[in-house]
Design a binder for this molecule. Structure first.
Ligand code: NAP
Length: 239
């Protein structure tokens, strides 16, 4: 039977690229989304047209609500029979310094970017005998810059969770992270934003989606790899 991947925030942008890539490589996909109703319908249709013999289902969950999040893995297993790969991709990314962070902003970034992945990793581990988890992190975890304070902190904690979970869940479940630099501009900015950031990195060009997809393939293929973070950031973590 085909293996099932659960991708959070899979309807758009990096999550969509991962969904299409894994489907191309033969995976059945459980695509999680929250508000992107139109994008998820389009993606499901595209996947079903491209790969008619594979299974694709969408699951709507607000990851800001812990009780809903804790139903996601079991809902996927009920519908698709199993879950073999979990990709924690969904994320909030709002700018605020320590002084300007509202209570809501702090709580929501913590819930969506760290507590939801924690719950999903726990439920995946309690459900799946042999599997792989990949967490989308950020090159910002190597810095102490506070312009996206709640976001950066949530990704730092998720980085530690990646390593601690890798230790607890070995040898049956591997847990790794991919830490991008600027790959796609925020929805209100264009590619000039990416080029400007890239100019400040050692490699001087934006990393692009392909770096993430190749890193995912590398993690999938290396049965020995766990607790690792692969930086797809043109060397930005070095500076
Ligand atoms: N883009 C980059 O250049 C970049 C750089 C470094 C790291 N990363 C990391 O890579 C991952 C993907 O990046 P991205 O830019 O593609 O992400 P994104 O577009 O900012 O967000 C991905 C998805 O997260 C989902 N999400 C947000 N709040 C949610 C909530 N309350 N409940 C459920 N889902 C929620 C949204 O789903 P709906 O649309 O369905 O609501 C959204 O489409 C993230 O973890 C990000 O931190 C990205």
């Amino acid at each position: 039977m085909t293996k099932v991947a659960l991708i959070t925030g899979g309807a758009k942008r990096i999550g969509r690229a991962i969904s299409l890539h894994l489907a191309k490589n033969g995976w059945d996909i459980a695509i999680h989304y929250n508000s992107s109703k139109e994008a998820i319908s389009e993606l499901e249709l595209e996947l079903k047209t491209l790969y008619p013999s594979q299974r694709f289902s969408s699951f709507k969950v607000d990851l800001n609500a812990a009780e809903m999040t804790s139903e996601l893995v079991s809902n996927v297993v009920d519908k698709m029979g199993s879950v073999d790969l979990l990709i924690n991709n969904a994320s909030l990314f709002n700018s605020a310094t320590l002084k300007s962070s509202s209570n809501d902003l702090i709580l929501q970034h913590t819930m969506v970017n760290y507590i939801a992945p924690f719950i999903l990793i726990r439920d995946f581990a309690n459900t799946t005998k042999q599997g792989l988890i990949v967490n989308l992190l950020d090159t910002r975890v190597t810095k102490n810059k506070g312009d996206f304070m709640a976001y950066s902190l949530s990704k730092k904690v998720l980085t530690d969770l990646t390593k601690m979970a890798a230790l607890e869940l070995a040898p049956t479940i591997r847990v790794n992270g991919i830490a991008p630099g600027a790959v796609l501009p925020p929805e209100d900015k264009d590619d000039t934003y990416l080029d400007q950031i890239a100019q400040k990195t050692p490699m001087k060009t934006p990393s692009g989606l392909l770096a993430i997809l190749k890193s995912l393939d590398f993690i999938l293929d290396n049965q020995d790899l766990t607790g690792q973070v692969i930086f797809c950031d043109g060397g930005e973590h070095l500076i």
